[in-house]
Design a protein around this ligand. Structure first.
Ligand SMILES: Cc1cc2nc3c(=O)[nH]c(=O)nc-3n(C[C@H](O)[C@H](O)[C@H](O)COP(=O)(O)OP(=O)(O)OC[C@H]3O[C@@H](n4cnc5c(N)ncnc54)[C@H](O)[C@@H]3O)c2cc1C
Length: 428
């Protein structure tokens, strides 16, 4: 395994495909679209633009995939966070959008993997598993609803006895398998998409932290040593930026979430844990999720500090949870442990919109961004061609703005989440 080169130390950085180290921005340049942030949101948007012949520039403060996009659980699941809230507020307009885009992110990713030969260990199949009868009843109802709408062929409802053939644990009451959902090596996906974007003319600068945005008929974006002036600016820094705070401050709170990768278990042992290579999430509000890596480790995530506290002993916090699910892993070591920041709006609906006529932003997928960031990329590419349907829809959602969020935001979020964790613990 290799040493990280500008990414944080993680299993993904240790197994990353080769990627060029791009130069920082020096001097002034012009662009059609300037994108701030080189995670999935920024890179997917740039690639959507490039495929339409629009040349974009990406300014990334660190390296491509340095943020959540290169650190996540790799679960490529359908739908959006905050769907219930969107439908509650916008009714059939949101319903139609959600139905139409449910697997759109997965489709875009799969299409790009084929088109640009991106190697990212992509594997179909994900399961939601129930920890109690109430959760199982909800999965049964969900499966029934797919049957009624004739969409059940991709799904399989599995009872307690049979689930062990898929997830070798005694703690679950059953599960719902979705064969269209998937899991992958997210950093290699992001690096592959960045290389594809570059091959179509996108310019990428790394170690290029944007320190200010100047509004105007042609807005400009400044780093320590350079400036890009563009027709449109797209802010895709997610939980890692402090730009446009007059418009965006208080609408989204950062939270830290963590992952471990066990040592290599060998093919037989890894397969005995997850025989058909599903990505798995439990049905709790504050959920645990896990999957096999292509080189026979178990990757396990499941802790989120809504106070935004960074945990120092991640292995100590996560390994006992993994062993509780799979006692057969007792004594196994975590070879890698890392964390990253996600953005959470209070109603969990992602923030996609405009802070000025020609300055767009996208952030706050609430820990569910691998697929959605790719749909957001299409929405923003449409917006840069003055097709604003998608942006209009998200701008129509009412969000709660926390006053003095820097001071009270995370304690408020942590308090709210304690309530949901208690509900998980008592199975209500
Ligand atoms: C541990 C973990 C597990 C997760 N698991 C899953 C999962 O299994 N499935 C799922 O769907 N989602 C998951 N997520 C969430 C998912 O990773 C994110 O929603 C998604 O990656 C967000 O992409 P992004 O591009 O918007 O943000 P990021 O990937 O965070 O990228 C933002 C980028 O912007 C750059 N940036 C910030 N400020 C500036 C600036 N001023 N100038 C220039 N660049 C800047 C940063 O350096 C960073 O690279 C997880 C997240 C974490 C942290």
């Amino acid at each position: 395994m290799q040493k990280p080169d500008g990414h944080i130390a993680s299993y993904y950085a240790a197994s990353a495909n080769p990627a060029p180290r791009r130069a920082p921005l020096e001097g002034d340049m012009e662009a059609d679209v300037c994108i701030i942030g080189g995670g999935f949101s920024g890179v997917a948007t740039a690639l959507s633009l490039a495929e339409r012949g629009v040349k974009a520039v990406i300014l990334e403060a660190n390296r491509i995939g340095w943020g959540a996009s290169g650190r996540n659980g790799g679960q490529v699941l359908p739908g959006w966070s905050g769907e219930g809230e969107m439908v509650k507020q916008l009714g059939s307009r949101a319903q139609a959008f959600l139905e139409r885009t449910r697997y759109r992110g997965n489709e875009i990713i799969e299409d790009r993997m084929r088109k640009y030969a991106i190697r990212c260990d992509y594997a179909h199949g994900a399961a939601t598993v129930a920890l109690n009868d109430k959760q199982m009843a909800a999965l049964e109802a969900e499966f029934e609803s797919y049957g009624k709408s004739g969409k059940d062929s991709d799904f399989e409802l599995i009872d307690r006895a049979h689930l062990k053939n898929h997830v070798a644990s005694d703690i679950y009451c059953g599960g719902l398998v979705d064969r269209r959902a998937a899991h992958c090596h997210p950093l290699n996906l992001c690096l592959g998409e960045a290389a594809a974007a570059e091959s179509l003319g996108v310019r990428i600068f790394e170690d290029a932290k944007v320190v200010s945005i100047t509004r105007g008929a042609r807005p400009s974006v400044s780093t320590a040593r350079g400036k890009v002036t563009a027709r449109i600016v797209i802010l895709a820094g997610n939980a890692y930026h402090k730009l446009e705070q007059e418009s965006l401050g208080g609408y989204m709170l950062p939270a830290q979430t963590f992952t471990i990768a066990t040592e290599n278990l060998g093919a037989d042992r890894a397969r005995s844990i997850l025989p058909d290579n599903l990505g798995v999430c439990d049905a709790n509000w504050a959920l645990d999720y896990f999957r096999r890596s292509a080189d026979d480790r178990i990757l396990f995530g499941g802790l989120c500090t809504y106070s935004n506290r960074v945990i120092t002993d991640i292995e100590g916090a996560l390994m006992p949870r993994l062993v509780k699910i799979f006692p057969q892993l007792d004594g196994v070591r975590a070879e890698f442990a890392w964390g990253g920041a996600i953005g959470i709006p209070l109603n969990r609906v992602p923030l996609i919109g405009r802070s000025d006529e020609n300055i767009f932003y996208v952030q706050g997928y609430s820990g569910h961004g691998v697929n959605c960031s790719h749909i957001a990329g299409e929405i923003l590419a449409d917006a840069s061609e003055a097709r604003l349907d998608g942006v209009d829809l998200f701008e129509a959602v009412r969000h709660f703005r926390i006053p003095a969020a820097e001071l009270i935001g995370n304690p408020m979020l942590a308090l709210g989440m304690t309530w949901f964790r208690m509900r998980d613990a008592f199975g209500v």
